[in-house]
Structure formats: C-alpha cells, structure tokens
Design a protein around this ligand. Structure first.
Ligand SMILES: Cc1cc2nc3c(=O)[nH]c(=O)nc-3n(C[C@H](O)[C@H](O)[C@H](O)COP(=O)(O)O)c2cc1C
Length: 128
C-alpha cells in the first residue's frame, strides 16, 4: 500500500478532475471524476481514494474481471521539475461498493450516488 503524500498530495489538493482508467476485454476504458468530489470523500489515515459512483457501470464490470485501475491527476498550480505544472499517476486495485461505510458516506454526501468506487493505492509517481 502507498500513501498520497508530498507532491502528489499537493496535486490532489489542486486537481480539477481525475482520469480513471480500467481494462476491458477490448482495451482501456477511461472515465472521470471531479477533484473536489475526491477531496470531499477523503478519509484520514487510509490509503484509499474514494469516488462517488453515479454510473461507472462499465468500470464496475471491468473491475470485476481485472481490479487494476490507474488514476491521473494534474495541476498547473503545483511546481513540477521543469516549471509550473505537476501530474501524478496513482495505481491501485479498485472495487465498486454499493454497501458498507464508503458507499454510505458517498450516498450521504452525494444523493445521486449509488455507491463508491474505492481504490486501494499501490503506487504513486509524478510525471513532470
Ligand atoms: C469531469 C467529469 C466528472 C465526472 N464525475 C463523475 C462522478 O463523480 N461519478 C460518476 O459516476 N460519473 C462521473 N462522470 C461520468 C463518468 O466519467 C462516466 O462517463 C460515467 O460514469 C459512465 O461510466 P462507465 O462508462 O464506466 O459506465 C464524470 C465525467 C466527467 C467528464
């Protein structure tokens, strides 16, 4: 397990949106969420990213067959090694949960949510 800390925490605090990539039988599948949704759902001390799930139906099916998931976040407001702008790739194992504490938290904060996409973070790396 890995933590989102340092530069990646700075990027997570600023990113406007988050790309979420899973693997389907036909190749990669890309969806997204808003950065402030992830920040609203953050849990202290847990190495997980929690995202409110309204749809994510294909993502859910993909994760049942292959639970690997990659997230990409970025912000020009965070300094990178080459100038303004840093991005961070977060790899982990994901599951769409429709019950349990994370799903209940998502439904409470986002009445449109049917559950939570929960990603256990395995690796974090900067890109710029
Ligand atoms: C910027 C952005 C934010 C989004 N936020 C969410 C979100 O928080 N929850 C959600 O279920 N879908 C969100 N969507 C829609 C998903 O990307 C996706 O199209 C939809 O959930 C269908 O997923 P599926 O292809 O896995 O079935 C967002 C899309 C964009 C472009």
């Amino acid at each position: 397990m890995a933590k989102i800390e340092g530069k990646c925490k700075e990027v997570m605090d600023k990113t406007e949106w988050v790309a979420i990539v899973t693997c389907s039988d036909n190749g990669p599948h890309v969806v997204a969420t808003w950065g402030d949704y992830v920040r609203d759902m953050s849990v202290k001390g847990e190495e997980v990213v929690i995202i409110p799930a309204g749809h994510y139906n294909i993502t859910e099916e993909n994760l049942k067959k292959n639970n690997r998931v990659e997230l990409l976040i970025a912000s020009k407001q965070v300094q990178g090694n080459y100038g303004p702008g840093q991005g961070c790739c977060i790899s982990g194992k994901g599951e769409l949960q429709t019950s349990g504490k994370f799903a209940e938290m998502a439904k409470e904060k986002f009445p449109w949510a049917r559950g939570a996409l929960v990603i256990k973070v395995k690796e974090v790396s900067t890109q710029l």
